[in-house]
Ligand binder design. Structure first.
Ligand SMILES: [Zn+2]
Length: 372
């Protein structure tokens, strides 16, 4: 990472706090996947009202006996998001959680990106994948547990950020340092563990959508309360490095919480992708923010899907800046098309006013993932 890149990215972060939202305020929407089936799983879309910010997705309960993961994710569902967007699915695999079995009848973590025509578990994986694909978070975390400590036996996962691609380590290292500063026992300090699992959600997130992703692993030998605490501390470390704003009463803030993020979360994806592909990362980025008068509209920048509103995406720029085409679509509404000028280190904002094609009728189209 060049000095110029770092400077540019640092100043991107500096202006984040000063930006005030014109985004429609919305606190939380409850959605479900696999509604009406034994695999029905709720998830929550929590949009901060303080201003724009990063979009983070957390999934717990992919394995039914990894209790700290889904207990911690359940607590996150009650945290108040003040800046950015948190999408949290606390208990992804209800059938296994009810039996307290790791994998029932199969391994939920090994089914991604799923299959809409497959069995119930493959359909569930597909439904979860569609949530990720529709929202396009800038970070995906899955909360898991291991039977042993990685530091005692390297084939175990306990107290690691286990993920699939070594190129992501630059970002992971920043985050685990934040949490480890408050974990005195070396056995419980997190490390990185790069181990590709090609059909798990974190692998798919980076390889298919270029979303940095990792699992957070605690160890089942510890008391549940301690494991939940460490899960939440690691989540806070990611949230703090991401610049996600939150308020909660479950545990003290990390002592590192006041340290500014190294860069805007949105910049990591194009930066790490360039490194993975052996290209020189762009020298500067702007962060384009796209909202709409309706939540959940689909945002395209120069024809590429960037997630649903409110969307926040990095745009690589030259010194002269860059003009991009912005399209916002939602079924039942006239599509919006416009342009945005993105300056280096700028934060341009586009608010699309979508007007209904037909007189408004009760519809869930604004919040349900739809096909591209
Ligand atoms: Zn697991």
């Amino acid at each position: 990472m060049g000095a110029r890149t770092l400077r540019g990215m640092a100043s991107l972060v500096a202006v984040t706090g000063a930006w005030l939202s014109r985004c429609p305020a919305e606190q939380m929407a409850r959605q479900v996947v696999m509604a009406g089936t034994p695999y029905e799983a709720p998830y929550y879309v929590k949009i901060g009202d303080e201003g724009w910010g990063p979009k983070v997705c957390v999934i717990g309960g992919l394995h039914g006996n990894e209790t700290a993961g889904y207990v911690a994710a359940g607590k996150l569902a009650n945290w108040q998001i003040t800046r950015g967007v948190l999408i949290v699915m606390p208990e992804a695999h209800q059938a296994a959680i009810r039996r307290h079995e790791r994998a029932y009848p199969g391994n939920m973590n090994a089914m991604f990106p799923g299959d809409p025509k497959g069995d119930a578990m493959q359909q569930l994986a597909y439904a979860i994948w569609r949530v990720i694909d529709y929202h396009r978070p800038s970070l995906l975390l899955t909360l898991h547990e291991s039977i042993g400590y990685h530091k005692r036996l390297p084939s175990n996962y306990g107290y690691t950020l286990c993920h699939d691609f070594a190129v992501l380590n630059t970002f992971m290292d920043l985050c685990l340092l934040r949490a480890n500063a408050d974990i005195p026992d070396p056995l419980h300090q997190f490390g990185v563990f790069v181990e590709p699992h090609p059909v798990c959600p974190t692998y798919c997130a980076w390889s298919k959508l270029r979303i940095p992703a990792t699992s957070i692993e605690t160890c089942m030998e510890d008391d549940l309360a301690l494991r939940v605490q460490y899960q939440l501390m690691m989540c806070m470390a990611f949230f703090d490095e991401a610049g996600l704003g939150y308020e909660q009463t479950d545990l003290p803030r990390l002592s590192t919480a006041s340290q500014a993020p190294r860069t805007a979360l949105e910049v990591w994806s194009p930066h790490l992708l360039a490194l993975e592909q052996g290209r020189t990362p762009p020298a500067s980025y702007g962060i384009l923010r796209v909202g709409a008068n309706v939540a959940g509209a689909k945002v395209y920048v120069d024809g590429y899907y960037k997630g649903c509103t409110p969307a926040s995406t990095a745009v690589a720029t030259s010194d002269a800046g860059r003009r991009v085409k912005v399209t916002v679509k939602l079924e039942g509404y006239v599509p919006y098309t416009g342009e945005a000028d993105v300056a280096p280190e700028g934060y341009p904002t586009v608010i699309a006013e979508l007007t209904p094609v037909l007189p408004a009728a009760p519809s869930t189209a604004a919040t349900e993932p739809g096909p591209d």
